[in-house]
Design a binder for this molecule. Sequence first.
Ligand SMILES: [Zn+2]
Ligand SMILES: [Zn+2]
Length: 212
Amino acid sequence: MSEYSAKDEDNDDWSKEEQIDNITCSSSDCENDQHCFRNKRPRLGSYRNETCVVCGVELIDWTRLDKKNLQDVEYTFKSLKYEMVRHHYWHKKIDEGALRHAQRYGFDGLKEWTPNRLLHSVGPASDDIFRDGMQTPKVGNIVYYGQHATASCCRKCMEEWHGIPRSRPLTKKEIAYFTQLILLFVRDRMPELAESGKKFGRQARSSSRQEQ
Ligand SMILES: [Zn+2]
Ligand SMILES: [Zn+2]
């Protein structure tokens, strides 16, 4: 009986793998330089695997990444794009709902909202989060895209990429760091986004200059 329940637990663990379109956190396409640095089932160990778990390539200077230096963010972003799932979110088309939401909030609104989103979705320790790894939706909000792209979507990705143990809550400093990463992502993906939000409705539509 005890053997059976152990197996059962394992199956349960597998079902928790984050599915993103058909790309999951463990997808890879090594020939096209899209790898996977995530330990699949580390149990008590870390989700970080320093080399690609599929082809073994060593591409990332983790010590440099762990400094969390915003002056060096280009290196951080370049590194993240070596992982297939991150790459996907850096390039994937932003859905209409997420675009509209961002325009309604404006950059300033997103700046205010992002730390709260982080605090509630990834602030607590992994064990205190309901189904850690599933808490960040795939569409509907540019910040969700940013969370997946910068590996701040769940405590497992944060451990893998940012070396933060999943067993403890995030610090204020860490939340501020991830907020900056996400806002830089928003600037990159929506360079035209206005600082202040706008109301949608008849007035907004009639002032639109889309038609020539
Ligand atoms: Zn690889
Ligand atoms: Zn994640």
